[in-house]
Design a protein around this ligand. Structure first.
Ligand code: SF4
Length: 229
């Protein structure tokens, strides 16, 4: 392979890793022994804030061009519990924060009934940019954006994950099983216990689901208390 090809390949590789892992360095040993290449991240990310800054200009998929704001996630960076939705909606896109619209306000009201505050948890979406018209995320968008979620979870190291809604659950578990079946069991996502409940927007549309959603939260809180004790 020509030197120029090697350099182009190396450059593309470093750029891809930089997006996911922050600052990268070429070890001095590479200069002494060009046959070996080492890459390492800076303390495997010093913080979520650094990671957010690093990826906030992402244009990897077409949603980068149509978003108003990049919506990374908010909450306790050391949370034991992370709630995950599918993608930002209109209000989230406008404000740059997840779950700030009516659905988010409902979630904020529901959490304290189980001793949880919004400030205790971390909340984010699989996609960091709003799909136009709130359509479902497309497979390519998920493929390109889900690794950012993986990295967020690696930094936060939560002990419990909760999917808000069918789309997020099916996307993360790579299944088309119905929500009614999925929410009855605890699953695993990236080796972390993973619960599934309704998206608060679904509760706003259909009040009859509220009792079931509270049952889910009670189950999640019971597990959370076990983890914390
Ligand atoms: S949705 Fe994700 S992959 Fe697409 S532009 Fe936004 S941050 Fe990048």
């Amino acid at each position: 392979m020509a030197d120029a090809d090697i350099i182009r390949g190396l450059s593309a590789y470093l750029e891809a890793r930089r997006e996911l892992e922050g600052g990268l360095y070429l070890e001095d040993s590479l200069l002494e022994s060009p046959g070996q290449l080492y890459c390492r991240s800076e303390d495997n990310f010093p913080s979520l804030a650094v990671f957010e800054k690093d990826i906030s200009g992402c244009m990897k998929c077409p949603l980068g061009k149509t978003r108003t704001n990049f919506v990374f996630g908010t909450g306790n960076p050391h949370a034991d519990i992370v709630f995950i939705g599918e993608a930002p909606g209109r209000d989230e896109d406008l404000q740059g924060e997840p779950f700030v619209g009516r659905a988010g306000q409902l979630l904020n009201k529901m959490l304290p009934q189980y001793g949880l505050k919004r400030s205790d948890i971390y909340i984010c979406n699989i996609l960091k940019c709003r799909p136009p018209g709130n359509r479902d995320p497309l497979p390519l968008e998920i493929e390109l954006c889900e690794p950012y979620l993986w990295k967020q979870l690696e930094i936060i190291k939560p002990q419990i994950l909760v999917s808000l809604g069918r789309i997020a659950a099916q996307t993360l578990l790579k299944t088309d099983a119905p929500l009614a079946k999925l929410r009855n069991n605890m699953h695993q996502y990236r080796n972390t216990p993973f619960f599934i409940t309704y998206h608060p927007a679904a509760l706003l549309r259909n009040n009859s689901l509220i009792d079931s959603a509270y049952q889910d939260l009670a189950k999640i809180k019971e597990y959370y208390d076990k983890v914390k004790s």
